[in-house]
Design a protein around this ligand. Structure first.
Ligand SMILES: Cc1cc2nc3c(=O)[nH]c(=O)nc-3n(C[C@H](O)[C@H](O)[C@H](O)COP(=O)(O)O)c2cc1C
Length: 577
């Protein structure tokens, strides 16, 4: 974070002409406006509004409530509000509603123009405004006279589902709302010195757009065909001198994100914005640590798309508010998809905002733990709105999740790194089959034996049955005949129990002397440090090549540890263990 000297100036509204019949009203603050991560460079910001006065008069994007009073004072000097025809909203948030309320009381004749999702949100919050609200779609137009033909372009993203840009053909100004902005407050209106803006622009992109690059690219495709000569964003300088360079930067930054080696799916829903703020802070911690984040607003994303992202990601983090004692239905649906389609080796995380009981967060955490996912940070529970301290914690959690993910990845790839030059290609390919590392324990009266194997798989659902391939030299005659009993101990990753049973073991004949055990109902030993165990009875034996295939039915079993994942044997070649 960058602490910059803050000039001691009070808030004001700077007004200037930026095109024919077109004023900009920049509500300015030199201080950090809010504690959200995007303002942390502390260069102040501007909330830009625009007034086009042709035959019809339109105000685009009035500011949030931090500026309501000074903005209304200033705009009254440039227009009689009783003559205002339209207010166009690039997005709606609770903060902007305060100014809207005032405007509607001063200009009761006005029509509010916004996207359909914004119209729905406004109608729910203010049913009394219903007759004022007009929803528009892409390619809808509004003729203000004197050549000012406005076209609307919907640009939904996970963060602003209701995003709407507006293009004026008379001035060739594109009103880009959350695109192409920067949080910086200066007297300079335009971007003459655009090189000096690079750091602020990049930071703004990383905070707002890096977790939603896919949707940003779609928006760029829609916006660039318009041939605008000027971008008028919601924050920071108007873009006149660096328009093509800035557009190119956005493309490059999107590409940069997508080409990161590791990616995290960040799934959430947020009815009142608090969980979304937490999600943004976590995303920032991940992005700063070189992770590609794919934000999924569960309320806007189709199940098939969620499945695709969750299957492709290296880790996932899921967040929810608690409403009426539950997680919203869309979060429950997303959780179901995660549980059925995310590999258990993927790193997971849980967060959420709640008011008093927080059941949704408990539900998410318990379900993921029960399903054996490993959590990359301690679950984040936040009452109502987060404080700056909590946001820093979220950012730190994102950073430690990223580090955890990199460590896990390194472990897996280093195991799979192969000095492959001398190994036959077919053997290399066969060697990519992996199995759960397990110890089979058998018993001959008072004598117990343990055999390390990873040549194992589930063979049947009904009855639950497994298949093990055993070599002659493994001396496994006690588990080869129908009716023989054994216990399959499935080992846990990171706990080196295998060393007691490897052929090179220096621990002598009785590995069980060094390990805690219990006796199973079938008389064989359970390794209590295993992740889970299965008591089995052999049903069939088949001699194939240099192995016996043993099919056994599972009589009973138990998970011994709900945390942790199964140890897996990675091999260089299919010609050896
Ligand atoms: C209609 C409604 C129902 C709520 N029910 C619960 C609840 O059952 N338990 C709880 O802990 N909080 C409850 N809350 C509080 C919300 O979880 C809290 O406001 C949270 O910050 C909302 O997160 P969001 O801004 O991401 O939507 C409720 C809030 C509302 C408005």
């Amino acid at each position: 974070m960058n602490a910059t000297l803050i000039p001691n100036r009070s808030r004001d509204v700077q007004v200037a002409e930026i095109g024919v019949n077109t004023l900009i009203l920049r509500s300015r603050t030199w201080e950090r406006l809010k504690f959200e991560i995007e303002y942390s460079r502390q260069r102040g910001t501007t909330a830009n509004s625009f007034l086009i006065q042709a035959d019809k008069k339109v105000l685009i994007d009035p500011p949030g409530e931090s500026f309501t009073e000074i903005f209304l004072e200033q705009i009254a000097q440039h227009i009689d509000l009783t003559t205002l025809d339209y207010i166009v909203l690039g997005h709606v948030n609770p903060n902007r509603r305060a100014t809207l309320k005032e405007l509607l009381s001063l200009a009761p004749q006005v029509t509010l123009i916004c996207s359909r999702p914004a119209a729905n949100a406004l109608k729910t919050a203010f049913p009394e405004w219903e007759s004022h609200i007009q929803a528009v779609r892409s390619q809808d137009t509004l003729d203000l006279g004197q050549g000012h033909q406005l076209s609307f372009i919907t640009v939904p993203t996970p963060r602003w589902a209701d995003g709407l840009c507006t293009y004026d053909s008379a001035t060739k100004i594109l009103y880009t709302d959350k695109f192409f902005g920067a949080h910086i407050c200066e007297d300079t209106l335009f971007d003459e010195d655009w090189k000096a803006l690079d750091a602020e622009r990049k930071y703004y992109f990383e905070c707002l757009h890096a977790p939603q690059t896919k949707q940003v690219e779609v928006a760029l495709d829609k916006l660039t065909v318009l041939g605008a000569k000027c971008y008028a964003p919601a924050h920071g300088p108007v873009v006149r001198y660096s328009l093509s360079r800035f557009t190119y930067d956005y493309r490059q930054w999107c590409q940069g994100q997508k080409s990161q080696e590791l990616s995290v799916a960040l799934l959430y829903a947020s009815a009142y914005g608090n969980t979304a703020i937490l999600a943004n802070a976590i995303a920032q911690g991940l992005i700063e640590n070189g992770i590609n984040v794919e934000s999924i607003n569960c309320e806007l994303t189709e199940p098939a798309e969620i499945t695709r992202i969750v299957e492709a990601c290296d880790g996932f983090i899921i967040g929810s508010p608690t409403l009426g004692g539950h997680a919203p239905t869309q979060v429950q649906t997303a959780l179901g998809i995660v549980l059925s389609s995310a590999a258990k080796t993927k790193l997971a995380g849980v967060f959420g905002s709640y008011g008093w009981s927080g059941e949704a967060i408990d539900l998410l955490e318990n379900k993921l733990k029960d399903a054996n996912y490993r959590l990359g940070f301690e679950t984040i529970r936040v009452r109502f709105s987060p404080t700056p301290f909590v946001l820093q914690q979220c950012q730190d959690a994102g950073a430690s999740f990223a580090q955890n993910l990199k460590k896990t990845k390194k472990l897996r790839t280093s195991r799979q790194v192969v000095t492959e030059t001398h190994v036959d290609r077919t053997e290399q390919a066969v060697g990519r089959i992996i199995g759960s590392l397990s110890v089979v324990t058998t018993r001959d009266r008072d004598h117990h034996k343990g055999i390390l194997t990873s040549w194992i798989s589930q063979a049947t659902f009904n009855p639950p049955g497994i298949m093990i391939a055993i070599a002659q030299e493994q001396n496994a005659d006690l588990m080869c005949h129908p009716g023989d009993k054994f216990v399959l101990n499935i080992l846990k990753e990171g706990r080196n129990v295998r060393r007691y049973f490897s052929r090179q073991s220096s621990l002598g004949e009785n590995p069980f002397a060094h390990l805690p055990t219990q006796t199973a109902d079938n008389g064989c030993l359970i390794l209590t440090e295993a992740l889970a165990y299965l008591e089995c009875t052999v049903q069939n034996q088949l001699q194939c090549g240099d192995r016996y295939l043993i099919y056994a039915v599972v009589d009973k079993g138990e998970v011994l540890e709900h945390e942790g994942v199964t140890a897996i044997e990675h091999r260089k070649s299919g010609s050896q263990y």
